[in-house]
Design a protein around this ligand. Structure first.
Ligand SMILES: Cc1cc2nc3c(=O)[nH]c(=O)nc-3n(C[C@H](O)[C@H](O)[C@H](O)COP(=O)(O)OP(=O)(O)OC[C@H]3O[C@@H](n4cnc5c(N)ncnc54)[C@H](O)[C@@H]3O)c2cc1C
Length: 576
């Protein structure tokens, strides 16, 4: 059954598993565990339903960016001032809705490098997370469907690499653009930008066609693919949304080890607190901010920090909320000779209304497709690059250092679009970023947002790699295939100093927080073990981005789906 207020949840109901957070990790776990008809599952989500008020914003692919930074679909986090960004505080939205990030994100589906998974396995001390072992779960997750415009996709990807029967729908670009041909022409002419027939093979290096979590004209999210189908078809799963988990409660002890099978939750800061007990496990899937926040409020975290807020430490673990990895992003634009970019649509008005009309009438057109890019490139710094002089932080030889992606218009999440003109944008992302930030308590009150400090571009490696990425983008935009199309720079950047100033003014986080409760067999170094069980307590497991000991070098949704699919089997095996 579905409940939208804690007071409606039947008080006598008991559950085997309580899943906290209905984002990517939580939705996969809830679906897979409820396959066992003998188990009862409760899912508790702080945010809203993915249906109802303004839900077109999270259904129509092109307008994804209208869902953040501050809407009813987001947690409106703001960071502390970022030193490398002119001390700007940046907006850091996260999904506050069934589906979590998968309901509001840009839908870019990248499995990342096989070495990212091998590094996870090695650091967590569990070979099951390695690429070769986990690959079946990538297939289990995915259902590749034809592109929405029905174009012939032969040669644009390698079919055998993709799932055909999973819940999550993925597809190639559903709206072809005028820059597709020149982008592909660059890959034939320049060794710096080789063509990769499919970046989801475990070796993403090169320029590939982009895959998105889109089926037909609609976003496919963990809510539409996993959670709601299970809730609507099975009687052993209850879903409660509009209910924030405020802490875990110690429910007993095994010897000297505390057991945490109690979950406390409330509709808002003024309303009554409720509790529920999980007979088997509490699964924390509240994401890289929500999960450590709940642990800290429950007395599991760095003792000195907890003491500052008069929270009694039950388990002293200095790693909770630390080691936060993320990816910095900056957008760069060029003026182009075209009447066919998406700029008029982004500006709104008549062009947007026309596109929306076409979408409703035919289910086709630009709005039915991902607006970010049709192709993207994952590239490595040259082996002799001085940026690598102090070592290579990437996980292996098929792991990129940076990403570039090409948009057929003025794309930016920080810069306002100019009133006039036509543009092309290249997105620059440092995907092997070495800066590490944190999430810490701001208050003992669970309804006060925690302090987020991602330390964007904090290290010299990250800054120099961003400079390299921008220079690479500049070579791309001025390559022969773009002669006559690209007419000039929107912003002219010549020296490294120019670039760093530009980055300080406009860079932001791509919103891939990771590793804030990382897996490590040694409780001194991590928060969970290789089976994702929280160290030094019983009854709590974590399944979300926070447990990854490395941040995958690409976009993060696919790696989380894949790890959650395997985590579900790990849990099933633990309760035979
Ligand atoms: C704006 C944006 C754009 C992005 N674009 C892309 C992209 O194009 N491609 C890509 O691969 N990745 C993208 N990402 C990243 C990706 O969406 C995330 O990495 C992913 O969703 C994280 O999954 P998760 O399961 O760890 O957490 P989430 O999906 O964030 O789910 C956590 C859930 O827990 C809930 N929750 C939190 N605290 C509590 C609490 N106390 N009580 C109850 N519930 C709670 C939240 O409301 C949320 O629903 C983007 C993210 C954002 C924010």
């Amino acid at each position: 059954a579905i409940y939208d207020n804690p007071s409606l949840l039947p008080p006598d109901r008991t559950y085997d598993f309580v899943v906290v957070g209905a984002g990517i990790g939580g939705s996969v776990i809830a679906n897979r565990l409820s396959e066992n008809p003998n188990w009862n599952i409760l899912v508790i989500e702080a945010g809203r339903s993915n249906e109802g008020f303004q839900d077109e914003l999270i259904k129509i692919p092109f307008i994804a960016s209208k869902t953040f930074p501050e809407t009813s679909f987001t947690w409106n986090y703001t960071t502390v001032p970022q030193a490398a960004l002119n001390n700007r505080k940046i907006a850091f939205p996260e999904g506050y809705v069934l589906g979590g990030g998968s309901s509001i994100n840009f839908m870019v589906y990248t499995r990342c490098s096989k070495y990212d998974y091998d590094a996870f396995a090695k650091m967590a001390g569990d070979d099951g997370w390695s690429w070769d072992k986990i690959l079946p779960y990538a297939h289990k997750n995915e259902k590749h469907v034809p592109p929405n415009d029905g174009h012939n996709e032969t040669g644009e990807y390698i079919p055998k690499l993709h799932g055909t029967h999973g819940p999550l729908l993925t597809s190639l670009p559903g709206f072809l653009t005028e820059i597709d041909d020149p982008v592909l022409a660059v890959t034939k002419q320049y060794r710096e930008f080789p063509y990769n027939p499919d970046y989801n093979s475990g070796d993403p290096i090169g320029i590939s066609w982009m895959h998105s979590t889109i089926g037909g004209p609609l976003r496919s999210s963990s809510a539409t693919a996993y959670l709601m189908p299970a809730v609507r078809s099975r009687s052993n799963i209850d879903l409660l949304y509009n209910a924030q988990v405020t802490r875990l409660i110690q429910s007993g002890k095994v010897g000297t080890v505390p057991v945490f099978r109690g979950v406390e939750f409330a509709h808002n800061s003024r309303s009554e607190r409720h509790t529920v007990i999980a007979r088997k496990e509490v699964i924390l899937s509240a994401g890289s901010f929500g999960t450590p926040h709940i642990l800290l409020l429950s007395g599991i975290g760095p003792k000195l920090e907890l003491a500052k807020f008069n929270i009694t430490t039950i388990v002293d673990n200095p790693n909770v909320g630390k080691n936060m990895a993320d990816h910095p992003i900056v957008f760069l634009q060029w003026t182009v000779n075209s009447n066919d970019t998406f700029d008029p649509i982004i500006r709104g008005g008549e062009a947007y209304d026309e596109a929306l009309k076409e979408y409703h009438a035919t289910g086709r057109g630009r709005l039915a497709a991902n607006g970010v890019s049709n192709h993207m490139g994952f590239l490595r710094l040259p082996e002799d690059s001085p940026v690598l002089a102090n070592g290579d932080p990437s996980t292996g030889k098929t792991s990129p250092h940076y990403e570039i992606a090409f948009a057929n218009g003025f794309l930016s999440t920080t810069q306002p679009i100019p009133q006039n003109g036509s543009y092309m944008s290249i997105i620059n992302v440092v995907v092997t970023a070495t800066s590490r930030g944190s999430i810490t308590l701001a208050s003992k009150d669970p309804f006060v947002l925690p302090v987020i400090d991602p330390k964007v571009l904090d290290t010299e490696f990250d800054k120099q790699t961003m400079i390299h990425s921008i220079r690479s983008s500049q070579r791309f935009a001025t390559s022969t295939p773009f002669k006559g199309y690209v007419t000039g720079n929107y912003t002219t950047l010549i020296t490294d100093e120019d670039i760093l100033n530009y980055v300080a003014q406009w860079a932001t986080s791509i919103k891939h927080p990771f590793s804030t409760a990382r897996a490590d067999p040694d409780p001194k170094n991590g928060v969970v073990d290789g089976k994702l069980l929280v160290h030094k307590v019983r009854g709590v497991r974590i399944v979300d981005a926070s447990v990854w000991p490395v941040i995958p070098a690409g976009h993060t949704l696919a790696p989380i789906y894949i790890m959650a699919e395997r985590a579900a089997d790990v849990i099933k095996a633990a309760w035979p």
